[in-house]
Design a protein around this ligand. Structure first.
Ligand code: MTE
Length: 540
């Protein structure tokens, strides 16, 4: 399996430093092995390691290097449920039992147990460092039997594909990477409906899609930890039975939406090269996070000092957080959602329950949520502390990751999703698109130019209010514009920019907002399309 572009190659399958409040794994023998943010020194590693002795007796031994040899079938017995889980790396076998306690996403490393850890390290490329190999080296218990090796490695068909249980995706989605699945909504589908149909709603997965059978959905639990150490668990069934359910229409948008434009018009960026389709809008239904936290015992009227952030963890190890004021705002509509457009959440979008934080970057809307922690700190994942931040155009080296805040509310943006001829000669055109602003700000105006920004006119905003719900303007506005092309020999270039109710508007060019990660590429959206020379339509 080859490494596929994730937004966060620096995130790791190993672990972050244990923090009793967030990780709940503080009792581990290895307090710090490898941090998500920076590798610890070798001295620390050695000091922290306690040798617990050999894992298990071997079936046979290899006199060459003294390491016992194991068949793949034997290694399989040391799967996630075994008392001594093993993994394979290259041609060696490692007993990771003592690695797990220091690993906040313990189950994540267990995904690899009984088989090869390499497909997972392909997802989290940071593991391919000497540090991690050194850590692993301490747990070696044997070698793979030569009969199970091909060119010194376990045969490929004996290595499990972590994505084997992923759902099938609609072919209309524009796939950027298959494993993990990252796929954007086509311009045509963005233009067509206010509520994006579930099958064509963009997908942004950092890892595989966890498997929860339909029959197990109601029993899925979310553990809630409060700053005073109180822990309470609610099953999906409890949440549905105990709390009032709300319906909120909201856009989800990846912070990398339109990153490709920033790359093309400014400079190279790190991350998935999304077009304008890493955004969609849906009706979400679920219970309010605020109500659940209150029931769990968080005193909303007398918040403790250390209640600053609400951290969310997903089943596969993804994690992120939002500030406490967003979580508790009675008009913030933050949901633990079970339904999307009147249907149970599709697997790709978080079945059976996900977080929805309207008006905020979708990276905080954790899917398959299984743990919520109210803490004095942000989530310690790289998705919170590194990936979704913007540095200045010149800040491309030796970055101080703590210098800037993580992205929460989204800035204003707009895009052209479709342009069509309205007359046979192509001189009359219709241009369509979306406009959206974060933080609940309502779009009040969309300006369109058919001559590359020399002259402007206003688009009409589609009235989708009947389908809209929620305490603030969490949805996008679809817009349409019909007009005549300028009588010029120059190629036509359509441009759009929007303005919200706080008079926030989009920057003109990408260079001014360039950042190495290519986040928040919100400059005027421009589409070169001359309907007089083309057949049909342009679909972004
Ligand atoms: N939650 C989990 N558990 N795993 C993920 O990979 N991706 C995040 C967020 N929540 C992610 C997650 C990101 S970066 C985005 S943009 C949105 O989910 C995408 O949501 P969608 O796939 O439902 O469109």
């Amino acid at each position: 399996m080859t490494a596929q572009g994730t937004d966060s190659p620096e995130h790791c399958l190993t672990h972050t430093p244990s923090r009793p409040s967030s990780a709940g794994a503080g009792a581990g023998v290895l307090t710090v092995l490898f941090s998500v943010f920076q590798p610890v020194s070798h001295e620390t590693l050695e000091a922290d390691v306690e040798d617990e002795g050999p894992a298990q007796a071997a079936d046979s031994s290899n006199p060459g290097d003294g390491l016992p040899q194991y068949r793949l079938s034997e290694i399989k017995n040391h799967g996630p449920k075994s008392s001594r889980p093993w993994v394979i790396f290259e041609d060696k076998v490692y007993d990771i039992t003592d690695w797990i306690p220091a690993h906040p996403g313990g189950e994540v490393i267990l995904r690899a147990a009984g088989g090869s850890i390499e497909p997972y390290w392909d997802i989290f490329a940071i593991h391919k460092t000497p540090y991690v190999r050194e850590i692993l080296q301490q747990f070696v218990v044997g070698k793979i039997h030569p009969d199970d090796l091909e060119d010194g490695r376990p045969r490929m068909n004996d290595i499990e594909d972590p994505f084997v249980s992923d759902p099938t995706r609609d072919p209309r989605l524009r796939q950027i990477t298959a494993k993990p699945c990252n796929a954007e909504t086509a311009g045509e589908d963005l233009a067509e409906a206010f509520l994006t149909p579930n099958e064509v709603f963009y997908v942004r997965n950092h890892m595989w899609v966890p498997v929860i059978e339909d029959t197990a959905a109601d029993a899925h639990g979310i553990t809630i930890e409060l700053p005073d150490g109180d822990v309470k668990t609610y099953t999906v069934h409890d949440l549905k039975a105990k709390f009032k359910q709300y319906s909120v229409t909201a856009v989800l948008q990846c912070s990398g939406n339109r990153r490709r434009d920033m790359t093309e018009h400014a400079n190279k960026t790190n991350g998935l090269q999304w077009g304008p389709g890493a955004i969609s809008c849906a009706k979400w239904e679920g219970v309010r996070l605020r109500d659940v936290l209150k029931d769990a015992g968080l005193p909303l009227d007398d918040l403790p000092e250390d209640a600053q952030h609400v951290q969310f963890s997903g089943l596969e190890a993804y994690g992120a957080s939002i500030p406490i004021h967003s979580a508790l705002d009675p008009r913030g509509d933050v949901l633990l959602a079970f339904k999307m457009n009147d249907l149970p959440l599709p697997r790709d979008h978080g079945f059976p329950v996900r977080v929805i934080v309207p008006g905020t970057v979708a990276a905080r809307c954790v899917k398959w949520v299984s743990k919520i922690v109210v803490s004095d700190e942000e989530s310690d994942t790289s998705w919170q502390r590194r990936d979704y931040k913007c540095f200045g155009p010149n800040e491309t080296r030796d970055l101080d990751w703590d210098k800037y805040k993580s992205i929460q509310e989204m800035p204003i943006t707009s895009a052209i999703t479709r342009a069509r001829k309205k007359s046979a000669d192509g001189n009359h055109v219709e241009v369509e698109g979306y406009a959206y602003s974060g933080g609940g700000h309502e779009i009040q105006r969309v300006d369109v130019s058919l001559d590359g920004g020399k002259t402007w006119d206003q688009a009409s905003l589609v009235d989708d209010s009947e389908q809209d719900s929620g305490s603030k303007a969490w949805s996008w506005k679809r817009w349409r514009y019909e007009g005549a092309l300028p009588t010029t020999t120059e190629a036509a270039a359509f441009v759009v920019k929007a303005t919200d109710d706080a008079y926030n508007t989009q920057p003109q060019c990408y260079k001014s907002i360039y950042n190495l990660r290519g986040n928040l590429a919100t400059a005027w959206h421009r589409v070169e399309f001359d309907p007089r020379k083309e057949k049909g339509c342009a679909d972004s």
